[in-house]
Design a protein around this ligand. Structure first.
Ligand code: PGA
Length: 217
């Protein structure tokens, strides 16, 4: 199975999401070997769930979860509250680490809570120095220099880093950083990459679908 994961980050109004969904639905053709994951802002989660869950091989997940279980933590969104709503969450995106001060300990706590509520973490690492908590299956390797810069990391460098990262047995290895339909096939050709975590290209449904189609064998 290949995974094409689209991270909207903090983008799009509700009206813009309507347009995105309409266009995506028109263009999306499911494939038994490709799973599409979409990670909208939490404010659009219900809307995307309602409009996309009837589509085959599409899931909707959260961009993060709280490192707290529940309680007096204004503004936090807990794994407990997402339980039964999403089955996947991104944890440890480098933007959360850098801009919101999320530490390894906080990220480990997030993983614990997510797993407690059967939410599968998609755990982001920047390189082989970021520790990976136990029980994580999806590893998204995202070199910071490649994120949002238009300079994707050459696949051979990604494979070299994959060999250095202490991956859990049976890991699903995802690459992220300036992925688009043009550079995607070279990663798949290596046979070492199970999918992509995509930022900018997600925002344009046609470009995103082009990557989904590139993942079809
Ligand atoms: P990008 O973002 O595709 O815009 O480089 C990737 C990411 O941050 O996951």
């Amino acid at each position: 199975m290949r995974y094409i994961l689209g991270n909207f980050k903090a983008n799009k109004t509700r009206t813009e999401m309507h347009t995105w969904v309409d266009e995506f639905k028109k263009m999306y053709v499911p494939d038994p070997n490709v799973t599409v994951g979409l990670f909208p802002q939490l404010s659009h989660l219900d809307y995307l769930l309602e409009s996309l869950t009837s589509l085959q091989n599409v899931f909707v997940g959260s961009q993060t979860v709280s490192s707290y279980a529940h309680g007096s933590y204004t503004g936090e969104v807990t794994a407990q509250s997402l339980s039964g709503i999403v089955s996947y969450t991104i944890i440890g995106h480098s933007e959360r680490r850098k801009l919101f001060g999320e530490t390894d300990q906080m990220l480990f706590d997030k993983v614990t809570h997510a797993k407690q509520y059967n939410i599968e973490p998609i755990y982001c690492v920047r390189n082989d120095q970021d520790p990976i908590p136990s029980g994580v299956r999806f590893i998204a390797y995202e070199p910071v220099a490649a994120i949002g810069t238009g300079k994707n990391e050459p696949p051979e460098e990604t494979i070299a880093m994959k060999q250095k990262i202490k991956l859990p047995a049976g890991a699903i290895f995802i690459y992220g950083g300036s992925v688009n339909a043009e550079n995607a096939p070279a990663y798949f050709k290596t046979g070492e990459i199970d999918g992509f975590l995509i930022g900018k290209v997600t925002l344009d449904p046609a470009q995103f679908i082009a990557v989904v189609n590139a993942a079809k064998k």
